[in-house]
Design a protein around this ligand. Sequence first.
Ligand code: PEP
Ligand code: MN
Length: 339
Amino acid sequence: MIAIVKPTATPEQLNHLIAWIESKGLSAYVSEGTNETVVGLVGDTFSIDPFLLESMDIIERVTRVSEPFKLANRKFHPEDSIIDCGFGVKIGGGNFQVIAGPCSVEGEELVEIAREVKAAGATMLRGGAYKPRTSPYANQGMGAEGLRILAEAKDELEMPIVSEVMDPRDVQLFVDMDVDVMQIGARNMQNFPLLKEVGKTSVPVLLKRGFSATIDEFLMAAEYVMSEGNEKVILCERGIRTFETHTRNTFDTNAIAVCHQLSHLPIVGDPSHAAGYTRYVVSAALAATAAGADGLEIEVHPEPSRAWSDGAQALTPSQFKNAMRRIALVRQAVEMEDE
Ligand code: PEP
Ligand code: MN
């Protein structure tokens, strides 16, 4: 349920309203926009009489939110959320960011890759230290040492780092190592204990859509994180499983527009995992950009044939540089370029 507050309401009246909502055993989330203030009520709202609420002096109107996601819902927060990832890098609400780097952190070479992607215009560095591999015999990543190398690259390049956390028991390590954005992989989108654990931190979360998740399930996963107190969720469309076999996944660019419609959270596109093959990655990146994504996550490796993981979909630094030029052109063409 949401209550739209009249523009004439004083802060005292608003506080009084919040106290009243809390006295009913519900939580109140206030979103002060430029045009209106929205108070979202979360909990068992069936105990509240909407007519009683509407009869209060400061209330303009009350509506029930039928969707199961509340905190992630645009009705709760009409304006786009802008998430600060560190080093002044903000995403959402017209701020477009490109996260680039290798699938796996493979050693000190990461620092050189970071220099190259930054020079090409990437604003955040990615690298997996803990890898969710389909086979238990495949390389599982460098672990904590990988996080240390990411931190080294971050210190030199002054750009936020993004890395996947797979186990709730590792979340504190990621916090201690100052990972700027914790990625939740597609395979873990419904790992509820993990979602709750990252929800207890204040570190931004890059939440990838599960292969077979509907958009509602995706937004409910975001709701899990937010309901624990961490509202800094960045959605990521990375392709879903269909009957098609020419690409690794089918890139659901519709999801970008649908998520923007339903939610205030930023959404980035991951053309690398969506396409699965280098030759299709750039067109998917351009499509996501044109569809209004708030950013992209792209895998880049200097020698894709030697990559520990996902070499088949990696761009080389020079391919990435060329892609960045075209991404900027698409942003201009659809009039989304940064001010
Ligand atoms: C990754 O980003 O390397 C990754 C494993 O992605 P996804 O969870 O989308 O498969
Ligand atoms: Mn990968």
